[in-house]
Design a protein around this ligand. Structure first.
Ligand SMILES: Nc1ncnc2c1ncn2[C@@H]1O[C@H](COP(=O)(O)OP(=O)(O)OP(=O)(O)O)[C@@H](O)[C@H]1O
Length: 469
């Protein structure tokens, strides 16, 4: 289970922050139970501050069965109507009362479609069950009637200090080796979105990078909305408008987005029919992209982008909550690999050409001989590798991983032996040198003594006795 779900508070007391709003919610529930209150609640607040969590925790605290529905799902209105209008007094099969939580009402269109805003409004007005609606932005003009029919409770973004203490608890519980400064950076970066903070902590832990530097890298995501944010927005939402918004401030081209979505749709969507529908929209988007480029008629881009964002987003029946580790499209990895392979080949050829004074073209022609020798005769191969000064990557390119390892092991043995031999040789030379020096010193000494004798005899008058001595 991902950490966002694992650490979702079960009771209202466990929900962090928004103390006043929590009290208001409790009062509303008690008034509803006692029959004093009839209006549904419209819980408004920024993403990840705990709107859905609070609504569910409230239900649990007061022993209600909670039914959570998504406002933009056309079937939700139907479900609510069947609950609200049922003869059983809207009790669940377990005999408990039902609290309905209708998520993200700001995502539904204002049209009079089945399940649209008007339909929801009708239900809100007659509902006898406690009903909690959630929204990020309740000040959209289309939501005015809904605002007027509900009791609005505003939630604030979670303060950084509160996010910090939640993260600290999670880190302790997960046994993470992370210091408080790093946790503070993650908390600050989340800007009041506790879900985002927990997700960030989990993704850093998954990547094994819990240093302050790694956490600081999160900040760079604020500078420019990354491709990850864009695909997250599309794959997580079930709202047409929010999905379209994903392209706002998007710096890459649509072809790039297409590759990223194609790679990540099955990572997010779990039902086969959803995956199939999402790919169907993506392929239609691809048709329009192709047409736009071929005919230079860029008005087709509009269709391509709508299919790619809203089409893919609405292909799922319900939102998948929690963290999904998105990945770079394999085709990009392949391109990177090809690029680095090309670089390696270039280096190999230039080394051969430099050492043997042949052209790059000629070096390329002879490459397969070289490759065969390296594969067939590792000892000779090691000498060749030494001569050309190839790196292990380059040898791996010419042969394979195992052969490259083998050749480099032989080469290391040769080098070690050479080093040893050189050391012995140096020692021998040193001994010889000291010997020679001793002999030289001895000779010098003798020479000096002789000269001294000569001088002494020269200055003196020689007697016959001395002469014959
Ligand atoms: N106030 C909070 N206290 C504790 N955990 C929270 C709180 N707010 C969010 N979380 C964590 O974030 C997760 C998501 O929260 P939730 O779905 O309630 O946010 P939301 O405000 O409804 O977001 P959205 O507007 O995107 O639907 C929870 O499962 C929980 O782990």
């Amino acid at each position: 289970m991902n950490w966002v779900e694992k650490y979702r508070p079960k009771t209202l007391d466990e929900v962090a922050g928004n103390k006043v709003a929590k009290e208001e919610l409790k009062r509303w529930m008690e008034d509803f139970i006692s029959g004093k209150e009839r209006k549904p609640v419209l819980l408004a607040g920024p993403p990840g501050c705990g709107k859905t969590t609070m609504a569910k925790a409230l239900g649990r605290d007061y022993n209600f069965d909670v039914i959570e529905l998504n406002a933009s799902d056309r079937r939700s209105a139907e479900v609510i109507r069947s609950i609200v209008g049922s003869a059983s007094g809207s009790k669940s099969i377990f005999g408990r009362r039902i609290l309905i939580v209708l998520d993200e009402v700001d995502g539904i269109s204002g049209s009079s479609d089945k399940g649209g805003l008007k339909e929801i409004l009708k239900i809100v007005k007659v509902a006898k069950n406690p009903l909690i609606l959630t929204a990020n932005d309740i000040y959209k003009p289309s939501l005015k009637p809904l605002r007027e029919s509900c009791k609005v409770i505003n939630l604030k973004p979670i303060p950084t200090t509160v996010i910090f203490s939640v993260l600290k608890k999670i880190a302790r519980n997960e046994g993470l080796d992370i210091d408080e400064d790093t946790l503070r950076v993650i908390a600050r970066h989340a800007e009041g979105d506790l879900r985002a903070a927990i997700n960030d902590l989990e993704s850093l832990a998954l990547g094994g990078s819990l240093s302050l530097e790694d956490a600081k890298k999160l900040d760079s995501r604020n500078v420019e909305k990354t491709i990850f944010d864009t695909i997250r927005m599309i794959l997580k939402t079930t709202h047409y408008n929010i999905a379209l918004l994903a392209l706002w401030d998007f710096k890459e081209d649509l072809e790039t987005l297409e590759e990223w979505l194609a790679e990540n749709i099955p990572r997010e969507y779990k039902k086969m029919n959803e995956v199939a529908t999402a790919y169907d929209y993506l392929s239609k988007a691809d048709l329009f992209l192709g047409r736009a480029n071929r005919r230079q008629n860029y008005s087709f881009w509009r269709y391509a982008s709508s299919l790619m964002t809203a089409g893919v987003a609405l292909a799922k029946e319900e939102k998948y909550r929690g963290f999904t580790p998105y990945v770079r499209p394999k085709v990009f990895n392949k391109l990177l690999q090809v690029k680095s392979e090309r670089e390696i080949l270039k280096k190999i050829l230039s080394k051969i050409s430099e050492k043997t004074h042949v052209s790059i073209k000629r070096a390329r022609e002879d490459l397969h001989y070289l490759s065969t020798i390296l594969k067939e005769n590792s000892k000779l191969g090691a000498k060749i590798v030494d001569f050309y000064e190839f790196t292990e990557d380059e040898v791996e390119y010419l042969t394979d991983k195992d052969t490259a390892k083998k050749i480099f092991k032989i080469l290391k043995d040769i080098k070690d032996k050479e080093k040893k031999y050189k050391k012995v040789e140096k020692k021998e030379i040193k001994v010889k040198d000291t010997k020679n020096e001793k002999v030289k010193k001895e000779e010098n000494k003798k020479k000096k003594e002789k000269e001294k004798d000569k001088k002494e005899t020269k200055g003196k008058q020689m007697t016959l006795d001395a002469f014959f001595q």
